[in-house]
Structure formats: structure tokens, C-alpha cells
Design a protein around this ligand. Structure first.
Ligand SMILES: [Fe+2]
Length: 500
């Protein structure tokens, strides 16, 4: 929710309640319903609708207002000069950064154990995690537990052959959200400990303390993947979650990249939560939109999977990728790629400020932000998208909210690459509203608000039940138990918890 809307909402509510006297409660409920509408269910479908590339769509030119938007953001002549100088500096940095990533490959991904997180990581380790924007956490749950979850999911699928998934005829990503294994995994105490640690990487440097609380993670229900050996159809190209043109178009979202858009990319703190929690990341009701602010995306592995075995790939330099993503629409190449050598094409003097065109490369309306060598050449994606290290069942992998990630083109391994998607989601008012709506859909057994709708698992045999939620904290994360008001660290957070 936007701050202004929030203030208006409270003013309206106060006014309505004072004039209505004994009718206050009814009016309050009505005002509340108008201001906090529930999301309607989405159309049926699969993950294919999320990506322009998977749905087979051609790139479409954006409307003329996007050129105005670029001019508005670029600002005065001196601001444009600062932006250009910053872009040139970034290109030079990327030349070094991309070489370093290509040299180190998967080894660059920070790798810690759950026990180390419990003991407290060193500052150097934390800095590395923040720099790379991704990590492997080992031994979050015992291997035997993770394998048990996989078996229980397989048996659930067998009992319910009508289950949807992508690709339809040979499923790799299942439209399953409420299996017993998923409910258990999301509410496992170690999973919640890790999530609290991940949320603690963020800071409220330029945020209002009443906008977010990091110590009571929420449970965002997502799908699961069982990608059998040989599959090459569930191959997602490099993309980034959390909207597309919204990053520039929504004033609060744009605020999170203030330093970058003012020509000071080196001062950008990717972990400053700023106004992200209130940003509108979904202006076009896109099928892939996420209704919560997801601080890190993640999965829990249910299989032995390593590089080339259908795993995740990431671009492991967050400040650089965020800066490049945000500055890229403001610059165009002077000589096209086919006319010159790659070195000359990428050279800083081949790129000129562009506030005339509506080009926002790789940023379609209502779809995910996508990256390729055509749209984002300085990232050298062919060499810099590094595969996750080898993981075993019970290990988890997480990556930063804006991290560029992809799924390997094929699974060349012997095992199905199997994961439960379990992200890290902080408590905010908007996130709590989503959890409220998600709770209803959980109780009805239908897909969560963000996902393709339909009857889902409502008629499934052996669907997960409340008793499969393992902990009180897990129930709280699902909106099935009250938030802990005593955990507030200041009055702003206290207000937030009360509203939530
Ligand atoms: Fe993604």
C-alpha cells in the first residue's frame, strides 16, 4: 500500500467512525472492505504465462509515455551528465566484475551451514552473502526428512493424477501448494530460523520503522518442481522477479534505486529496504506478479543436484546487476552489434544517452523482467550466469529479491532435480493482507491468490491439513495465529504489528 493511500484510508476511517456513532463499526467494516479489497481468483494456467519468452510472445514497443518517463527520471542537463558518467563507470566496473565471475564460476556462491547461521556468521561472511546476493545453506533439515517429503509428494501426485503442471504432458513444475510436505517444510523450525537470518540482512536505513518487521517471517505458498533427467522444456532464461517497468514507473519502487537513478550507482545499498515494501510491483495485473514483497526467493532441495543437472543459475553481483538493469533503458548503442567487433560494441563511447525512445529492453508490460545478450550485453550472461553448487536433500538455496536468475537449459543428471519453492517474506501491512487472502484459499484448497486459479487441490485425496503445520511460528506465518506484539523493537513496529 502507498503511504498516501494509507494515510487517506486512516483519515477516512476516523471521519466515518466519528460521524456514524453507533453505526461506527459497520461503517468501519465497509470502509475497510473498500480500502482493502480481496484479490479475485486468477484464470487457470501454469508458469508459462509468466514469461514473455515461455509464452512465445514477441517484444512489443511500449507506449509513448515511457519516453516521457525516461526524460522525467533523467532530469536536468547536469543530472543527465551525472547519469552518463555513472553509466560509463559502471561499464568499466562490469568489465572487471564479469571476468571475475566467469573465472570463479559456481565457487563464487557463498556456502554456509545452518549450524553456522545459528552460531552467528562472521561479518566477512555476511558481507560476502550481501555482495553476491545468493547463498547455499547446508543441512537445514536432515537428508532423510527431505527425502521423506519427496516420497510423500510423489504419492500425493499418484493419488491425484488430475494435477496440473508445466509442461502439461511431462510435468516439471506442479500446481501444488497445499501438500502435507509443503506445509511441513514451510513451518519447519530450522526453515524459519534461516528465514529470520535472511531478513536480518536487510536494513531500514531510509525506511519508516513502521513499514516492516524482520523477525516474524510470513509463509508465502509457492509451487514445487520435480524436473526429471533429460528435461529441456522447463528452461527459464535469465529474469528477475518483482515486476518489470514498475521499477521505473512506480514512484515508490523507483525510490529504492534513487542513488542509481541520480548517477551515484556506487552508493546504492541493495539491502536498504527503503520504500520497497509499499511499492507497486504489479501495475498491469501480470500473471507472474507477486502479491507480497519477497525479500529473497528460495528453494529447499529434495534431491542431489549440481551444475548441469537442471539447477538454478544466478548472476552473483547484486549492486552491479541492479545498477545495470536500472540504467540500461537510458542508453542505446551508436553502432549496432552486427556492424562492429564485440569489444567496440561494448565500449563506453559506443553508448549514448537515450531519453527519446520508449525502449526499456527486456521489460514488457505485465510479464517478468527478462535479460539476454541482446538486451543486456554488458552482463556477459553467457559466461556469468553461474550454476548452483552441488546440493543434497535438505540444503536450501536463496537469492536476492532483484537477483537475475535462470534455470539450466536441461537436466543432464541421473536424478530428478526436485525442490520446494520457499521464499523469505517479511511482515508488512501489504504482505499481511496477502496472507489473509492466502489463508482463505488454503482453507478452501484452491491455489494461492498470486497463482493461476481453478479448483486446485480442493478435491484432492490426502491434501495437507492444519496439523501438518509443525510449529506455532509456522501457524503465525500462515495467518492462523496472532503476531507477537511483544516482539516489537520500537513504537513504529508496534503499530505495524497491531495493524497486521
Ligand atoms: Fe524467478
Amino acid at each position: 500500500m502507498r503511504i498516501t493511500a494509507f494515510v487517506r484510508c486512516n483519515q477516512r476511517r476516523a471521519y466515518a467512525t466519528s460521524v456514524a456513532g453507533s453505526l461506527g463499526k459497520a461503517v468501519d467494516q465497509l470502509v475497510n472492505a473498500v480500502n482493502n479489497p480481496k484479490k479475485g481468483p486468477r484464470a487457470e494456467g501454469t508458469i508459462a504465462s509468466v514469461f514473455a519468452s515461455l509464452s512465445g510472445e514477441e517484444a512489443v514497443a511500449l507506449p509513448a509515455r515511457f519516453a516521457d518517463l525516461k526524460r522525467e527520471i533523467a532530469g536536468s542537463e547536469s543530472a543527465k551528465e551525472a547519469l552518463t558518467a555513472s553509466w560509463k563507470d559502471l561499464i568499466k566496473d562490469l568489465d572487471h566484475t564479469t571476468r571475475e565471475i566467469a573465472r570463479q564460476g559456481s565457487d563464487i556462491v557463498p556456502d554456509v551451514t545452518y549450524a553456522e547461521i545459528k552460531d552467528g556468521l562472521s561479518t566477512a561472511n555476511i558481507d560476502e552473502v550481501k555482495k553476491r546476493g545468493c547463498l547455499v545453506v547446508r543441512n537445514v533439515v536432515p537428508e532423510s526428512q527431505a527425502l521423506e517429503w519427496l516420497e510423500s509428494i510423489k504419492s500425493y501426485i499418484q493419488k491425484n493424477p488430475q494435477v496440473k503442471g508445466f509442461p502439461e504432458d511431462d510435468k516439471a513444475v506442479y500446481e501444488l501448494y497445499w501438500s502435507k510436505a509443503q506445509l511441513e517444510a514451510r513451518s519447519h523450525p530450522a526453515q524459519l530460523d534461516v528465514q529470520r537470518f535472511l531478513l536480518s540482512l536487510w536494513n531500514k536505513k531510509s525506511a519508516d520503522s513502521g513499514t516492516v518487521s524482520f523477525n516474524q517471517p510470513l509463509s508465502y505458498a509457492d509451487r514445487l518442481r520435480i524436473r526429471r533427467p533429460g528435461d529441456s522444456r522447463f528452461a527459464l532464461g535469465p529474469h528477475c522477479d518483482g515486476g518489470s517497468v514498475e521499477r521505473w514507473e512506480d514512484p515508490l519502487y523507483r525510490q529504492s534505486y534513487k542513488a542509481i537513478l541520480e548517477g551515484r550507482w556506487r552508493e546504492h545499498d541493495p539491502w536498504d529496504i527503503a520504500s520497497r515494501t509499499e511499492a507497486n510491483t504489479n501495475l498491469y495485473d501480470g500473471p507472474g506478479a507477486c502479491g507480497v514483497f519477497r525479500a529473497l526467493q528460495g528453494w529447499t532441495s529434495l534431491s542431489h543436484t549440481g551444475p548441469n543437472e537442471g539447477t538454478l543459475k544466478v548472476f552473483p553481483a547484486i549492486k552491479e546487476s541492479s545498477a545495470y538493469m536500472m540504467l540500461r533503458p537510458f542508453f542505446r548503442s551508436i553502432k549496432p552489434k552486427i556492424a562492429v567487433s564485440r569489444k567496440d560494441y561494448l565500449a563506453a563511447d559506443n553508448w549514448a544517452l537515450d531519453v527519446e525512445t520508449t525502449d526499456f529492453p527486456g521489460s514488457p508490460l505485465g510479464r517478468s523482467q527478462e535479460f539476454s545478450d541482446e538486451t543486456h550485453p554488458h552482463l556477459e550472461l553467457d559466461k556469468t550466469m553461474v550454476s548452483m553448487k552441488k546440493v543434497v536433500p535438505g540444503d536450501c538455496v536463496f537469492w536476492y529479491a532483484d537477483g537475475i536468475h535462470s534455470v539450466e537449459a536441461s537436466n543432464q543428471g541421473k536424478n530428478a532435480a526436485s525442490v520446494l519453492y520457499i521464499p523469505s517474506v517479511p511482515l508488512t501491512v501489504a504482505n499481511a493482507k496477502y496472507i489473509r487472502d492466502q489463508r482463505e484459499q488454503y482453507l478452501a484448497g484452491v491455489p494461492p491468490p498470486d497463482f493461476p486459479g481453478g479448483v486446485g487441490e480442493s478435491g484432492f485425496i490426502a491434501k495437507g491439513q492444519n496439523e501438518d503445520i509443525l510449529t506455532h511460528e509456522g501457524r503465525r506465518a500462515m495467518g492462523l495465529a496472532p503476531f507477537d506484539l511483544a516482539a516489537a523493537t520500537d513504537s513504529g513496529e508496534q503499530d505495524l504489528l497491531e495493524q497486521a
